[in-house]
Design a protein around this ligand. Sequence first.
Ligand code: FPP
Length: 249
Amino acid sequence: MSFKDQLNTNKIPEHVAIIMDGNGRWAEKKGEHRVFGHTKGVESVREALTAAGEIGVKYLTLYAFSTENWNRPKEEVDALMDLLVKTITMEVDSLNENDVRLHVIGDLDSLPPGCKEALEESIEETKNNTRVNLILALSYSSRWEITRAIKNIVEDVQNGDLNSDDIDTETIDNYLNTVNFPEPELLIRTSGERRISNFLLWQLAYSELYFTETLWPDFKKENFFEAIYNYQKRERRFGKTSAQLLSDD
Ligand code: FPP
């Protein structure tokens, strides 16, 4: 039986985040250029998005480009930016047909102007869709996001718009790029690496972490369902005991 058929439809996570890793290694193993791996990675983005829609995952966040990725060879950075713009522009009709709303988190101002404009256009064109929210983390890092939030909080305290005694965890939530999204219940990372790599550090506080050896270009719908199946077997305690959870039911 497939993993999809074994899923408990009452326990589908609302938000899944993915660190799409292993494009470069996948390509190098085949004797190809790293950029070929990123191109193939786009197909896996489509697979994950379709799979999320099929089982009712409402939010899918994909780590597409980190702040640190700017340090890669210029040729690879340019190719990735080009791929992003082309994919987003080409896929906008398909996003609309499938009722997918596009969002971006990250330092959009650091993207090449053409890339930023293409993204803003697609965000606008998909803004009425409601089935799945596809959140691309682009030029994103959690430390960048938290630093920016702190600066904005300090500014608002200084302006008198915020009272420092009122700052609590919800205040921090409200200053992050993810303010409109629930916290991910599940984080998937492909390619065998077991790190968070500066991704959603605050938001992943209680998330289940799922690591798979599969390289991102090989990640298909059934791999996504397998991760959800694995997640459903876990007990999420949020600091409570198992007995407390049973009595809460
Ligand atoms: C990590 O693999 C992947 C990336 C840095 C880029 C991910 C981008 C895509 C899948 C394509 C565009 C995406 C969208 C949303 C249109 P890596 O290069 O770090 O692989 P390695 O660890 O094997 O070197």
